[in-house]
Design a protein around this ligand. Structure first.
Ligand code: NAG
Ligand code: NAG
Length: 633
């Protein structure tokens, strides 16, 4: 469950900011191996084009746009500085793997289905690609699910590794890795003979939480186990000498929301070593360059680009209370590890490309410098029950004189964080601020940013310590800003949606609640969602083996204490949190006579992201808060 710094119940923290009219957008940033150029997918509204820029001064060197009706994605440089990318034409059912060299662009293969993550081999002659032939849905559990009809559970989308020759276009696509095994991520070994990969047997959406670290042979496709870590794993990377694999390991609730410690393990196989043990920060991106390990970490309110020497704390090079993003992780590093580039934004400043040597990163694009700030943001820290906790307070520009109402928005995950993203009018935060509310974004126990022990501290304690951290955070905010304690509201989606339903049974401090894709009954949730495996690392046992642990955090068992009026929304085809969870809570509140409204959005997946539907959610949420919070007596 996620969303943000990154996204299972992910919906908020790291999600891409909504496109605002007139704002220049940069997506999918990659950096050339020599650090001299960046590639991004850019637009100022309308069609996107691939844009190559000088990494020193941000000047546009060239644009690439071979298909006027296509959307582009997955930019990746070859070792010689050529660029590969994917082009998808909404009119045809397929994805083109394109190769740009100099000013010429050609199509190497067309995948009948969906594809992601092209990577050119170290010798430049082959391109590996993850393909899902005949895909029934988009990859990832936050996407709308397929209809539950026919014989259930017999057919899964399978993402497999395929390899193409740069010199000879292919008319067919034949996967290399074996059928029945879903490949999530991979990296070439430096000798070009194979890959390290994270894989799982069976349904890809459901089994990422138990994925293993494996080697795949580039000739035969044979799979060999390297390690079966107890944690979730992301960003597997092979050392330049080909002997060691590093990865980010940690308690992660969502595939797209990355955070943990760095582990290393021999490529030959063995027991992984935790090389950032005890750090008070969360590693969110990992690369292994010729110059050593490079990381992006979240430390409290600051994002840091750093150098990691095993056994020492991450040495931060560049740190800023902002959010970085790139095509694969939060930043892209040059092959020698000296330079870095990323798209950087915070609550008050719209996205810009930052690039340069790790210790001297600078802003190099200025397309959005005139975009106005819609809030004044403040990082707030507090202590609770021995933990250091951090959150963000966003103040409206038109705050009324005297005390103002405040909405606390709980991020998804729970393994995630609310991190700075430029506030546009087309976002929930933007709409709340415009309506005159303060917005509080707490990163309570279970979040990223304070080290692994903090992230793991809400295991078997959902809605316990994390809710107490949030309530203590509201006290802390009330000491530094003119907040009216009698006019507090609560909102969130995914894990945040669970927290809002649960909080209704624990406190009457909030006057109105907006619950998106929430979980009201963990017993009925188990077995009816598409990602049951995510709960095992958090609860320790399945619901069948420890029913009480799941009952103990289910709002439906505490209905008698719930009094707060609630607006509930959910996507019809949400497989992370099926709409039945919202229907159960709506029915319960109705039965008790608590004001409640439920809207189920047709065909929507997790947390309802299509622009027109999201606009409807915002309008109803503001109207709900205005009725029950702003005008509360
Ligand atoms: C980028 O610009 C700098 C000067 O601003 C120049 O020295 C360098 O050669 C340029 N690099 C490329 C790849 O255009
Ligand atoms: C790394 O090691 C430390 C110290 O043993 C431990 O507290 C932490 O949980 C470990 N990290 C992970 C992701 O297991």
């Amino acid at each position: 469950m996620r969303q943000t710094l990154f996204a299972a119940l992910l919906a908020t923290a790291v999600a891409a900011p909504a496109v605002a009219q007139g704002l220049h957008q940069y997506y999918g940033l990659a950096m050339a191996p020599d650090g001299s150029r960046t590639a991004t997918i850019e637009s100022s509204g309308g069609h996107n084009v691939i844009t190559l820029r000088n990494a020193t001064d941000g000047r546009v060197l060239r644009t690439i746009d071979p298909c006027a009706t296509c959307g582009y994605s997955d930019l990746s440089f070859a070792p010689n500085g050529d660029l590969v990318f994917l082009a998808r034409d909404p009119a045809s059912k397929g994805v083109m793997l394109d190769y740009a060299s100099g000013t010429a662009t050609r199509t190497i293969a067309t995948v009948p289905g969906i594809a992601q993550t092209p990577r050119v081999s170290p010798d430049g002659k082959r391109i590996a690609l993850l393909v899902t032939l005949g895909a029934e849905k988009e990859a990832g559990a936050t996407q709308p699910g397929v209809r539950m009809i026919g014989e259930i559970g017999e057919k899964n989308d399978e993402q497999r590794l395929a390899v193409f020759d740069v010199a000879s276009p292919s008319s067919t696509v034949t996967p290399l890795s074996p059928a029945g095994r879903y490949v999530y991520e991979y990296d070439w070994t430096p000798d070009g003979r194979g890959f390290v990969a994270t894989t799982a047997l069976g349904n890809g959406d459901n089994n990422w939480w138990v994925a293993t670290l494996d080697a795949i042979d580039a000739q035969s496709g044979a799979v060999r186990s390297i390690a079966k870590p107890a944690t979730q794993i992301k960003h597997p990377r092979v050392s330049p000498d080909g002997r060691t694999v590093a990865y980010i390991g940690g308690l992660m609730s969502d595939y797209g929301s990355i955070g943990g410690d760095v582990f290393t393990v021999p490529l030959a196989g063995g027991t992984p070593t935790n090389i950032t043990a005890g750090a008070k920060s969360t590693v969110t991106t990992l690369d292994w360059t010729a110059g050593g390990l490079r990381t992006v970490t979240l430390a409290g309110d600051a994002m840091q680009f750093g150098t990691l020497v095993p056994g020492k704390p991450v040495a931060p090079g560049f740190a800023k209370p902002a959010t970085a993003s790139a095509g694969d992780g939060r930043a892209a590093f040059s092959a020698d590890g000296r330079s870095v580039a990323a798209v950087v934004q915070d609550y008050e400043h719209a996205p810009a490309i930052y690039a340069g040597p790790i210790a001297a990163v600078r802003q190099v694009t200025h397309d959005n410098d005139a975009a106005p700030a819609l809030t004044r943001a403040k990082s707030v820290s507090w202590k609770n029950e021995g933990y250091d906790v951090q959150g963000w307070l966003l103040a409206p520009l038109n705050a009324p004189t005297g005390k103002a109402p405040m909405i606390t928005m709980v991020h998804g995950g729970p393994s995630s964080a609310s991190v700075p993203g430029y506030v546009t009018p087309n976002s929930m935060n933007g709409a709340l601020l415009k309506a005159g509310y303060y917005v509080f974004l707490p990163n309570a126990r279970g979040s990223f940013g304070q080290g692994e022990a903090f992230t793991a501290a809400n295991k078997r304690d959902f809605g316990g310590g994390d809710l107490r951290d949030i309530l203590a955070g509201i006290d802390a905010v009330e000491r530094v800003a003119p907040i009216d304690d009698n006019r507090l509201g609560l909102g969130g989606c995914s894990y945040g949606g669970f927290m809002t339903m649960w909080a209704n049974t624990q406190t009457n401090r909030f006057k109105g609640i907006v619950a998106g894709a929430g979980i009201s009954n963990w017993i009925s949730y188990y077995g009816t969602n598409g990602i049951d495996q995510w709960m095992l690392p958090f609860f320790g046992k399945s619901m069948y083996d420890d029913m009480k642990a799941y009952e103990d955090v289910s709002a439906v068992y505490r209905l008698k204490s719930a009094q707060t009026p609630t607006f509930i929304y959910v996507g019809e085809r949400d497989i992370e949190v099926p709409p039945t969870q919202s229907v159960e809570w709506w029915h319960a509140l109705k039965a008790k006579g608590v004001p409640v409204s439920l809207v189920i959005y047709p065909d929507a997946g997790h947390c309802v992201t299509a622009p027109a539907q999201a606009a409807d959610v915002r309008a109803r949420a503001i109207a709900w808060f205005d009725t029950y919070v702003k005008n509360a007596k």
